[in-house]
Design a binder for this molecule. Structure first.
Ligand SMILES: Cc1ncc(COP(=O)(O)O)c(C=O)c1O
Length: 356
């Protein structure tokens, strides 16, 4: 039985270098902290999210009625689970497990469509998604595989009578967001979920949003607790929708791409028998240790050496030999690859088994 409620933050501990959680290091940026500090002065008033809703709508060039602010992407999944009555819900795995957990918690049966390596959607519509699925959930780019599906392949899953939920929590880490569906007002039943957690370092604030047709937004809003998005969260939503913030996110996404390339090159050179899921596009990579290496052991030894990485075995479709590693600056990931190499070598030396 897989613990769908296990998340990367459970892997970190004082003294460990955090490669388990995918929040941009050094965040929130100074200018955003200042705005959030100032927002404390207004905390006596109940939140008014109208300006934030308008700002997010303008950022995505959609009417405000097609935007619902949420307490993180996580709340969006709960609202969907509470408001919808799916007869056949299909979650495409491996992916972030909270959508399935929320659906199950609301009493819905969930079918898993488990993609195999290299975890890409093929065909349009994907032949494995049952025709009569009236709720389909997938992530793009996908956590933990880092696969970015082509917008067309995702869009092809939309149809009348089906709600198609696309979790774009990491899309703002992809330069230019080429495969986003946020602007696709023409697709029936499309719900795009976005998060401000990762790029802006706001995991503790709880702010995200969803984009959908106005009727769906109204339905989901009806399931939302009153004042679920706080005044500081609304301030963040305005600030992170500005042109300046978008430019900062874009610059960071380009830096991530360069750092990821460095990590991939380093892994290919020094740990050639670890497989990396090809063409990663999110700020993390998913790697698979060689079959014969006990993955749990390696992860524990990495911890002993000071590294927290995200275990793969709590994602449907993966197992203990899979590790998700956050992209960081090359000096950090270079040291990580050194530790990984040492651990694989030491394991070989102590067991006498050829582990790599
Ligand atoms: C793919 C994905 N979607 C959504 C979320 C939810 O993030 P939040 O609720 O902080 O916006 C996460 C958090 O880990 C995630 O990894």
């Amino acid at each position: 039985v897989i613990d769908l409620r296990h998340h990367g933050d459970a892997e970190i501990a004082p003294g460990l270098v955090d490669l388990a959680v995918n929040v941009r290091p050094g965040t929130p940026p100074h200018w955003l902290r200042e705005l959030l500090r100032a927002s404390v002065d207004d905390l006596a008033a109940y939140p008014d999210v109208a300006a934030a809703r308008a700002a997010v709508a303008a950022r995505h060039d959609r009417p405000a009625a097609e935007v619902l602010l949420t307490a993180g992407g996580a709340e969006a999944f709960v609202l969907l689970a509470r408001a919808l009555r799916p007869r056949r819900a299909v979650v495409v795995h491996p992916q972030f497990t909270e959508p399935e957990a929320a659906l199950r918690a609301a009493g819905h049966a969930v079918e898993r469509l488990v993609l195999r390596p290299p975890f890409t959607l093929r065909g349009a519509p994907h032949p494995l998604v049952p025709d009569d699925a009236d709720l389909v959930v997938l992530g793009n780019p996908t956590n933990p595989t880092s696969v970015l599906h082509p917008a067309d392949a995702v869009a092809a899953l939309a149809r009348p009578g089906r709600v198609l939920v696309v979790d774009e929590a990491f899309m703002d880490a992809v330069p230019g967001e080429p495969e986003t569906l946020t602007h696709r007002r023409d697709l029936p039943g499309l719900v795009v979920v976005r998060s401000l957690t990762k790029t802006w370092g706001l995991a503790g604030l709880r702010i995200g949003y969803l984009l959908a047709d106005a009727a769906t937004v109204g339905r989901l809003a009806g399931a939302q607790p009153l004042w679920s998005v706080s005044a500081p969260a609304a301030v963040a939503a305005v600030a992170c929708s500005s042109a300046r913030a978008r430019a900062e996110a874009e610059a960071w996404s380009r830096e991530v791409a360069a750092h990821r390339d460095a990590l991939l090159t380093d892994l290919a050179r020094r740990v050639p028998d670890a497989t990396v899921v090809p063409d990663p596009r999110a700020p993390f990579v998913l790697l698979r240790l060689p079959e014969r290496v006990p993955g749990d052991d390696v992860r524990r030894r990495l911890r002993d050496a000071g590294w927290a990485v995200r275990r793969g075995d709590t994602f449907p479709g993966l197992g203990p030999s899979w590790l998700r590693v956050a992209v960081r600056a090359p000096d950090v990931t270079g040291d990580f690859v050194t530790s990984l190499t040492d651990i694989l070598d030491t394991a070989t030396a102590t067991t006498g088994r050829p582990l790599r």
